[in-house]
Design a protein around this ligand. Sequence first.
Ligand SMILES: [Ca+2]
Ligand SMILES: [Ca+2]
Ligand SMILES: [Ca+2]
Ligand SMILES: [Ca+2]
Length: 225
Amino acid sequence: MSKAGINLVANLSGVGALTVNGVSGDDTLTVQGTTAPDAFTISPTAVLLSTLQGVDMLSNIDALTVYGDAGADTFSVTPGAIPIRVVGDAPLGGATGDSLLLNVTTAVTFHLGLQAGAGRFDVAAAQPVTFEQMEQLAVDGDGNDGVTVNGTPGADAFALTALLAPDDFTVSLNGATVTYTDFASATLEGFDGDDAFTVAPLAGFTTDVIIHGGNQTAGGDTLHV
Ligand SMILES: [Ca+2]
Ligand SMILES: [Ca+2]
Ligand SMILES: [Ca+2]
Ligand SMILES: [Ca+2]
């Protein structure tokens, strides 16, 4: 463990439970994974790392960053009182890679980032979760809440595809696909630009789908079901 600003490096061995307490001031805790595949379980109060030493209890920390480093890493994140940032690192792109699972019990809004594999989830009554260099994205709800997928000011291509369970689906926005499980509604926000929406429901699909085309530019927004 190292601390910025005071040249402190603490080497830990044989630690049972590790507590990090920021006490006062503006503190960011960064947890670095290994070059192997790591499985992180992340919340505002703990960062657990499969069989390796994690941070069992963290307190008085104002922001949390977790780096996966190389390897196909998994990040299971429960949002809460502090902003959480996860960086998958290598591998970059491709069908397999780093995966983020966001666990929510409230409404959630997806924002596409500028780089491939980057973006942000705004979670009602919690601080946001931002991600970078993430190849697989999934959000698990509690069945009662809605997800909103925000487009960009330009022309966007949305595709909502129902999966087998009654309230599971994927939403692809300009090629970035997120799998949503257990959501009562899905709202697709086109905003400005000529946006194209494709919806592929299945028999028995129970999620309400709401589409807002927003302002058009020239050709208008289109919906294909
Ligand atoms: Ca890793
Ligand atoms: Ca990685
Ligand atoms: Ca990655
Ligand atoms: Ca748009």
